[in-house]
Write a protein of this length. Structure first.
Lengths: 111, 112
């Protein structure tokens, strides 16, 4: 089974609204990362949050991490049609280990 | 342009054939990874390599093989033993642990 599970699986919003995606995981982590994938393309790294951090910002992105609940959220503020993509969380459970990806949230932003 | 080049973009395989997917990087990253993605799904790890001449199996290595003879190159061979190879294959690199992956644009493999 997957280490990370995103919720919801699909999200449809209007341009200008905020989009929130959640990720839950099962075991302790060193860091958690969020990636974006446009249809048929490779993934693009968005943001990395380490286990001793609670919140990080990057432009219109805000990521929170709650290690006690083993969960993270990605907030995209003032969404644009160009934000339409799939968003994946990935966890790194030990030094030198590879990432384990969740199933993703498919976000559609309607103009 | 620094980055990762995956080729070909589309690949068709006949039953019983072996095919090789190319992944080349000029980022000088040590670690390289191969993931498989099925429609509407997340990524599953096939193989990874953290240094030249060394590689490790991931979660779904059966039916696949790799080599890492040069730092820049990490080719993936899909053998005839892989019974359901139709998928999107992604190569990724990482400069060192904990810095995030850079992905190639992927190869879409279809069995015909």
């Amino acid at each position: 089974s997957q280490q990370g599970e995103e919720d919801p699986q699909a999200l449809s919003i209007q341009e200008g609204e905020n989009a929130t995606m959640n990720c839950s995981y099962k075991t302790s982590i060193n860091n958690l990362q969020w990636y974006r994938q446009n249809s048929g393309r490779g993934l693009v790294h968005l943001i990395l949050i380490r286990s001793n951090e609670r919140e990080k910002h990057s432009g219109r992105l805000r990521v929170t991490l709650d290690t006690s609940k083993k969960s993270s959220s990605l907030l995209i503020t003032a969404s644009r049609a160009a934000d339409t993509a799939s968003y994946f969380c990935a966890t790194d459970v030990a030094a030198g280990n590879m990432l384990t990806f969740g199933g993703g949230t498919r976000l559609m932003v309607k103009p | 342009d620094g980055g990762i080049t995956q080729s070909p973009k589309y690949l068709f395989r006949k039953e019983g054939q072996n095919v090789t997917l190319s992944c080349e990087q000029n980022l000088n990253h040590d670690a390289m990874y191969w993931y498989r993605q099925d429609p509407g799904q997340g990524l599953r790890l096939i193989y990874y390599s953290q240094i030249v001449n060394d590689f490790q199996k991931g979660d779904i290595a059966e039916g696949y093989s790799v080599s890492r003879e040069k730092k820049e190159s990490f080719p993936l061979t899909v053998t005839s033993a892989q019974k359901n190879p139709t998928a999107f294959y992604l190569c990724a690199t990482e400069p060192r642990w904990g810095y995030g992956y850079t992905f190639g644009s992927g190869t879409r493999l279809t069995v015909v």
